[in-house]
Every structure is written in structure tokens, then in C-alpha cells.
Design a protein around this ligand. Sequence first.
Ligand code: NAG
Length: 399
Amino acid sequence: MASLQNSPLDHSILICVSTLLLSTVFGSCASDHTLSSRTVALFTFGDSTVDPGNNNYIKTIPENQAHYKPYGQNGFFQHPTGRFSDGRIIVDYIADYAKLPLIPPFLQPSADYTNGVNFASAGAGVLSETNQGLVIDLQTQLKNFEEVQKSLTEKFGEVKAKEVISEAVYFISIGSNDYMGGYLANPKMQEQYNPEQYVGMVIGNLTQAIQVLYGKGARKFAFLRLCPLGCLPAFRALNHKASGGDCFEAASALALAHNNALKTVLTSLEYMLKQFKYSTSNFYDWLQDRIDNPYKHGYKDGVNACCGTGPYGGIFTCGGTKEVKDYQLCENADDYVWWDSFHPTERIHEQLAKALWNGAPSSVGPYNLEELFSVDEEKLTIGYMVDDPEAQDHFSLLK
Ligand SMILES: *[C@@H]1O[C@H](CO)[C@@H](O)[C@H](O)[C@H]1NC(C)=O
């Protein structure tokens, strides 16, 4: 034992010994402690903030699709992909920082699920009533995850598939559509529920969804909270006559109430659910600061949409076959916070992804995404084994 304690391999040996008992087929412990066969995956659920093109494959209205110019115009992708941006979206950057390939939309034919898959659908809400029939709602996104889980089990076998599922990061960005189309533009819903009750219902269903994923083995979650919805160019335009274009407070108030409730829920889930780890951002203040002080962050305009028409570019038209077809396009999207009436530019997506990845604790916590993706010490003891020949020798000595 004494000689082993002097060996640089000690740590990996001890890890590997305990794991060999449980698993003899998968994984490896290289002598430098890196786990070369570790499979890392990113699963995404949500709405247009993270949809990489699932809506290209469903029947819906043109407002819920973005597979036409000028979407994707900045040339990162050869063609418009269905992303609601001039280029990439936040999860593209997260995948890149995690050294993963681009994660495909679930509905893309022959999508490879090995490193995860993206279930998000533009227009989707937490509640099934939100844009019903026009989107892949959260319940269906969860069902689609089951399918992927089955296919991973077929591909890797049960042990390894379980490990992939528990090591994966689950990125969830949803809720805005419940408050916009689902509530503020829906007088019937407003009659039935006051704002507080409605937020409770959205959060209740979101909590259930998190618990369902946890029940299927998910452990590492990342949440994008809601931005100041009332400051979307679309809402400023609505508010144009009444207030000269201030942000629409009722929408922002719903977003804040949602964010506060989600924060409370996450704190208690962390307490209740073993190994539940999460990352969340203060997206509301983060974006408000860029809207109010664009110059401070390298933008020139925090108010108007780069692509759109009417006041603030807030009338939703930006190519395709939407009701209003004429639109204006700004010269340089990088100068803008807002790409279209509802969605930020690629540049915002990139800045936000960086903040989530390893930004200051004031903008991301309790874990940042880099930490969530990194090897989990307690998991190390149950999933991996030696295949390094030198370490194998030491292992046989131990036996
Ligand atoms: C989930 O939403 C439905 C409406 O879609 C509502 O009737 C139900 O009470 C909500 N569940 C929770 C736990 O809040």
C-alpha cells in the first residue's frame, strides 16, 4: 500500500478499483485521469430561444418558422436552418464550449443522438394550451426524450445509456409563450386566472416536467430564466400609442414573477432531490442592462429590431410568408440587441452563452455550465474502469 501511495496513478487506480466491481465493459481510466471514453450529451427543451429547426418538420404557421432568409443571414450556416437569429443560438455555443458537435433537432431525419439532441419548438409553452396544435408542446418534448432514451439503450446497452443520461446536461428555456400568446393575448385565460394563479400553473407544470426528467435519470439541469418580455420590440410597438414606446410593464411583471417562483422551486428541488444540480442565470437583469446601456456592452441599439417593420421594428415580419411581408433590415445585426420583433441577435446569444459557461457568480449559479459539464467526482466511483495497461498492472498488484 505504501508504494502505491507514492504512485502518480493512485487516484485513478482507487477510482477504477471500486468501479470494476460494478462495471466491466465500459469506460476507461487513462493515467492522466482524463476519461477518454466518457460520453457527454446536451439535451435541450424549450421554445424559439433554443429551437434549432424542429419546426421545419411540423405543420404550423409561418410565424413559428425561420427557415427562410434573412434568418441565418450571417453565413455561419450555409442556409437558414430554422433558428430565430441571424446566426447561431445559445445552445450552439454551449455545445461548442463543451467540445461537442452541433446538436441536431430531434425531428431531423437520421439525427445522431450520441451527444444529445434538441427537442425545442418555436412557439411552445409549458402549458399544452399555449399555441396548441401549432407547436411541439413540453409534454410531447418529454415523450420524445423517452424515444431517444430507448434508442440510446439499444445503441450503448443499459449500463452505459444510464450513465450518459445521468452525466448529460438538460438545458431548459421555456415560458415566454405562456405569458405572451397564452395569457396576455388570450382574454379567456385572463378571465379564468389572475396573473398570480396563472404563474402558479405554469410553474407547477414546469416543476412536474423537471421531476419527470429527474425520474428518467437526469441530474444536471440548466435554466434560462425569462427576459424582460415587455421590452421586446413587439411589446414596445403595442405600447407605442399609450406610452410613447416604454416597455410594457404587465409583460415584464409576469416574467419577473415567473423567475422568482422558478428560483424558489429550484432551491427546494435541490434540497429534495438527491444529486439534483442546476445552473440558472439572471437573464432578466442581464438583458435589461444591454437594452438600457447598449454602448456599455458594444451595441449601438437596445430598442429596435434589426429585422421588422413599424415602430421599433416591432411588427413581426422578417421574410417568409407572414401576414405582413414588407420588412426593413438593418445594416449590421451585431450593433443590435434585437434581431427581430421577439428574438435577440446572434451576438447576444454568444455573450449570454459565455456568461452561462463561466461567467461571474452574479450572472450564473449555483453551478455554471462549465462545472455542470465537468466530471462529477461522486459519479466517477460508479461508472468507469481501468483500460490503461500500466494502471491494469497496478490493479493486479492490488488484487
Ligand atoms: C398544469 O396545467 C394545467 C393546465 O394546462 C392545469 O390544469 C394544472 O393544474 C397544472 N398543474 C399544476 C401542477 O400546476
